[in-house]
Design a protein. Structure first.
Length: 81
C-alpha cells in the first residue's frame, strides 16, 4: 500500500466517528486531523523503538522502512488538510 492510499483509508475509517456534523466535508477534515494525531503517535512510538533496537540487527531495516512509510503518510495527511 502506498502512503496516499493509507492516508485515504485512515480518513475513511475515522469519518464515521466524526459524523456528529451534517457536513461530510467537515467530517472528513476532522477525521484528517484525528488521523494526523494518530500517525504522529505511531512515529513517536517507532522513534522510541529505534533507540531500543540494536543497530546491525535485521529488525533495523524493517523499522526504518516502517518509520519512513508513516512519515510519508503524515505528509499526505497534512497535504489533504
Amino acid at each position: 500500500m502506498i502512503a496516499r492510499d493509507k492516508a485515504d483509508e485512515l480518513i475513511d475509517k475515522l469519518s464515521p466517528k466524526c459524523a456528529g456534523n451534517s457536513q461530510t466535508i467537515l467530517n472528513r477534515k476532522l477525521a484528517g486531523q484525528c488521523a494526523i494525531i494518530a500517525v504522529e503517535e505511531i512515529i513517536k512510538h517507532n522513534l522510541h523503538l529505534d533507540k531500543c533496537i540494536r543497530w546491525g540487527s535485521d529488525n533495523v531495516n524493517v523499522l526504518y522502512e516502517d518509520l519512513t512509510f508513516w512519515e510519508q503518510v503524515l505528509t499526505e495527511l497534512k497535504a489533504m488538510q
